[in-house]
Design a protein around this ligand. Structure first.
Ligand code: HEM
Length: 137
């Protein structure tokens, strides 16, 4: 086994499930639960989640996912497969991942539709991961 690829793949999956999992939990479980509280309490609880520490963790897991993802592809020779469906999916994932990371870096309040696009990108990128696992389409 190529241990360097194993370690980078392990890190990539670990960062990726943390990043995507935290979004899934927040949107599917936490926000609907908070919506059952009186409005002021719900807003206070949502505001309390926006700490500097939470932002730091998100930037680390998101950045970690993108960097290890790109590295993982480079280590197994994706540059020689750019004219295959695997290569296209890799490029698309990389671009989408970088855009998602840039979105997180932005500190200016963003329109609601952009936040929706950010959340919707997770199932898309996840599907691309599974497609790559099967060698493309
Ligand atoms: C939310 C973001 C992401 C998540 C949750 C995620 C998750 C995963 C998971 C779970 C795998 C393992 C698939 C398997 O072995 O069955 C994987 C593989 C991989 N990911 Fe990601 N990933 C994300 C973003 C990215 C990005 C931005 C890139 C950069 C291009 C990338 C590149 C790769 C590569 C090259 C593989 C190996 C595919 C293979 O040949 O089997 N990923 N990813």
């Amino acid at each position: 086994m190529a241990w360097d690829v194993f370690v980078v793949h392990w890190l990539h999956v670990a960062f990726g499930i943390f990043w995507a999992g935290s979004i899934a939990f927040t949107r599917v479980t936490l926000f609907p639960a908070l919506a059952t509280l009186p409005k002021e309490q719900a807003e206070a609880a949502r505001g309390s989640l926006l700490t500097a520490k939470a932002r730091q963790i998100t930037l680390i897991t998101a950045g970690g996912t993108v960097v290890t993802g790109i590295l993982r592809g480079l280590m197994t020779g994706v540059l020689d497969q750019l004219n295959t469906s695997y290569g296209w999916i890799f490029i698309l994932s990389g671009v989408l991942g970088i855009l998602m990371f840039v979105f997180l870096l932005n500190r200016v309040p963003t329109p609601a539709f952009l936040r929706t696009v950010y959340v919707a990108a997770f199932p898309v990128i996840f599907t691309m991961m599974v497609l790559m696992r099967f060698g493309g389409f």
